[in-house]
Design a protein around this ligand. Structure first.
Ligand code: MN
Ligand code: MN
Length: 451
């Protein structure tokens, strides 16, 4: 029989889909950085009675636990049975492409003060100019005190921006290749223009800004060396389309899957299996560093779980018996950019989360290539629970590709396959997703944990 994939909107109650998206829009609006999302997840886990695994000597079966890993990545779960039976794991990431401030960011030129930035993750640099931007992150003062900065998103806040050249003078710029139209060193953020006048010294806009930062926040220029500050698109999430069927907003890669995991995990009614939800940092720059999926944080967590439940198992033994979904976004076909997808193997908007057997690029290089056995298992779970989903490859074979945390989870010994929502305009300041696909992604994650 022919394999047919159906459009979700025509098959299920549209009210359920619309209702589910309301909470997601709030999550996306508040959860603007990985640090903020960790705080939100921790608050949510605590309110449901979960305990900080580092703060207890013993963990009882059925007791929810969490690990806040350096305020950048987050893990929560429940051990319901012998760890030797493995885990059901869902893993997403909570970092998104953005601009980070350089360590010595402030300078002045032509009567303006600006921030130097270094972009984080794969962006099209030309998309980040001439729009309102927000500043978010943390700074430590010399005395050790911590300052959390969030400027731009409040109703009366000032915003920041990166300028572009007027078309009248852009003849040379317009002849450049897209990657060179705006170069990395031109992503400079406008932050002020009133000079400080001190005696006979030359008036200085930079000093004007430093005086403001000192007065308002007790910050010195040196404090920016002890900081992680991000420049982000300042566009609140909005419904897209006359029919409000889509959501537009920044950071949906991969906060849409993160939200679906959080909801699926808390709504799941499985009291018999071991469940773990993971929210990693640093995916967008290769899952590196102490808070990325290539770090050994999962082994560390497993060591604690084994010790605190008093079970006899090894982390490796647990991983080898575990199954996981790598919950990261994929792309849906965009007819305005015809020809980049294989039309027989691409994701489409409104047809459900996309299962990707493999990722990688140019001949599956660097891919996690899930087994037929795992696909049989996952498809059976989804079908039994009436989850609508589709299979898709990220673009034509020789055009490009990408990786997810799937390969790092599978290197630990787990069976893992990618399953996540498809986006339009991925990695742009305003990514677009279907509310129907969001809802079905949640249903898929919940079904995977429950069955
Ligand atoms: Mn992603
Ligand atoms: Mn990405």
């Amino acid at each position: 029989m022919e394999y047919v994939v159906k459009n979700i909107w025509s098959e299920i109650d549209n009210g359920k889909i619309m209702d589910f998206a309301v909470g997601y829009k709030k999550f996306l609006e508040v959860g603007i950085t990985e640090r903020v999302i960790v705080t939100m997840l921790e608050k949510e886990a605590k309110s449901k009675g979960f305990v900080d695994i580092t703060g207890v000597d013993e963990l009882k079966l059925g007791q929810g636990f969490y690990l806040n890993h350096r305020n950048k990545s987050f893990f929560m779960g429940v051990i319901n049975e012998d760890l030797k039976n493995g885990l059901r794991l869902l893993g997403s990431h909570i970092d998104s492409p953005r601009l980070d401030l350089k360590q010595q960011p402030i300078y002045e030129s032509e009567g303006m003060a600006l921030f130097k930035t270094h972009y984080y993750g794969g962006i099209k640099k030309y998309q980040w100019v001439t729009m309102p931007l927000a500043l978010e992150g943390v700074v430590y003062r010399k005395d050790g005190s911590k300052l959390e900065l969030s400027i731009g998103r409040g109703k009366d806040d000032p915003v920041f921006t990166i300028t572009d050249l007027l078309p009248h003078l852009a003849a040379e710029q317009m002849d450049k290749k897209a990657g060179k139209v705006i170069e990395g060193e031109k992503l400079n953020v406008l932050i002020g223009s009133i000079p400080l006048v001190e005696g006979d010294k030359d008036p200085s806009v930079k000093k004007g800004i430093l005086a403001y930062l000192s007065k308002e926040y007790d910050l010195d220029e040196e404090d920016f060396l002890r900081a992680e500050l991000e420049i982000l698109p300042n566009l609140p999430p909005r419904d897209v389309g006359f029919d409000r069927s889509m959501i537009g907003g920044y950071g949906q890669d991969d906060r849409i899957c993160s939200y679906a995991i959080m909801k699926g995990f808390f709504d799941c009614e499985n009291k018999d299996s071991n469940l773990l939800a993971c929210f990693f940092d640093k995916e967008e720059i290769g899952s590196n560093g102490d808070t990325g999926a290539q770090s050994r944080v999962l082994e560390y967590l497993l060591e604690m779980l084994i010790a605190k439940t008093g079970m006899s198992a090894s982390p490796l033994g647990v991983f080898f018996k575990s199954r996981g979904l790598s919950a990261d976004v994929s792309a849906v076909d965009d007819s305005s950019f015809d020809g980049v997808f294989d039309k027989y193997n691409r994701g489409r908007m409104g047809y459900g989360p996309i299962v990707s057997k493999y990722s990688g690029s140019r001949g599956k290089y660097d891919a996690n290539d899930a087994s037929a056995e795992l696909l049989a298992y996952v498809m059976n779970v989804l079908d039994e629970n009436k989850v609508m989903y589709q299979f898709g490859e990220l673009g034509k074979v020789d055009l490009g590709g990408g990786g997810t945390i799937a390969s790092y989870l599978s290197q630990l010994g787990m069976e893992v396959v990618d399953l996540g929502t498809g986006l339009l305009s991925m990695h742009s300041p305003f990514e677009v997703a279907s509310k129907a696909d969001l809802y079905m992604t949640y249903m898929a994650y919940r079904a995977f944990l429950e069955n």
